[in-house]
Design a protein around this ligand. Sequence first.
Ligand code: PLP
Length: 450
Amino acid sequence: MEIEEKDKNYLFHPMTNLAAHEQTGPPMTVVSAHGSTVTDRAGRDYLDAMAGLWCVNVGYSHPEMADALREQTLKLPYFHAFSSMGTDLPAQLSERLIEMAPVPMSKVFYGNSGSDANDTQAKLVWYYNNVLGRPEKKKIISRRRGYHGVTVLSGGLTGFKNLHDGFDLPLPMIRHVRPPHGLWEREPGQTDDEFATALAVELERFIINEGPETVAAMIAEPVMAAGGVIVPPETYFPKIQEVLRRHDVLLIADEVVNGFGRLGVPFGSNAVNMQPDLMTVAKGITSAYVPLSAVLVSDRIWQVMLEGSAKYGSFGHGYTYSAHPLAAAAAMKNLDIIERDGLVAEVARKGELLSELLHAAFADHPNVGEIRGRGLMAAVEFVESREPLRPFAAQGAFAGAVYQGALAEGVITRALPAADTVSFSPPFVVTESELERMVAGVRTGLDRAV
Ligand code: PLP
């Protein structure tokens, strides 16, 4: 049986139209990859403009990552961290993360994915409020278009209806508010600052309406990724945080995509003036070589966690793979490479080029509503009409056609069913000529789609 037949017959694909897959099987079977290029079974090369799913930041098949993982596998492939047990690399990694965190943080809790880390965040804020004797303060505010994962809790935090449908999500304590997506949400004539003020005023009204004594936290990506690379106005987070502080609502920064240099600065919180109480990282922490996520907690939270020991005894949360030594080895080597090769500065430099290329290729097209981004993270949003501004009626179909057209050109981008955008998030090691070919491939995809 061919691989594609085995895939079609036996593999239950994530985030896939199952009925369509049953008919067609996989469009390609990736069998190897190097740098920014993935190769399929037929030997065809594709430029991966998405670094997988916004994650293979040091590029595919880095020999130093392979060496570090082999060495650690032969030394200590696994030991757990339950009941105070320790291993060496996770302890070192924790010190490193606390030292590099964009705001003062105190402790690191490890998981395996962005989704489980955001579930941990919810449990932490609930535990925090239970220890403080405020059991009614439990609601978590998220934003429409925000992406925070797919587990029972984090799937509800994710602000996409199509990821709730059929799953009875979100859970009842989750609320969604408007995102800072200027193209659709800004009133005509509003400046960036006025738009930010309007969203902050709206959030405050929302919290007051819900009852501040019932609202525990807000979660937000500094720059939204899957929602269409939405960069907030400069004053948005400072104004939002003023509101949150007034009502004693914690802020969780979801740095799963932004963290470790994607925006050309070390963390998204640096880029958007965010001062989170809790922070989620994953993806770029190991460049996806081994699954790993982490939750960073500030001292304010940590002191309450400590009080929790007296009230509840042993902290009753943790995974078999929390603080996995192999994942920690991948993270340490990945961070070494990013630091030694100056990759964050490279992202800033290449990000400028990506922005220039995108504007040159797309700005004048009648179906392009907006080009936006920061660092090596960008999106082109398509509209049915620019004047008057009107979205496509069948949302996502046009971007899907652009994606298919680009794929035929040998470029992998990403289109979301819930937003008419294609995204760019290439590996940090992408070359200038690869960036040019990526943009040209997607532009050809657009020409094919029209
Ligand atoms: N948070 C953000 C910002 C993400 O982009 C993602 C995944 O794309 C997640 C959380 C969920 O991470 P995972 O797919 O590892 O569960």
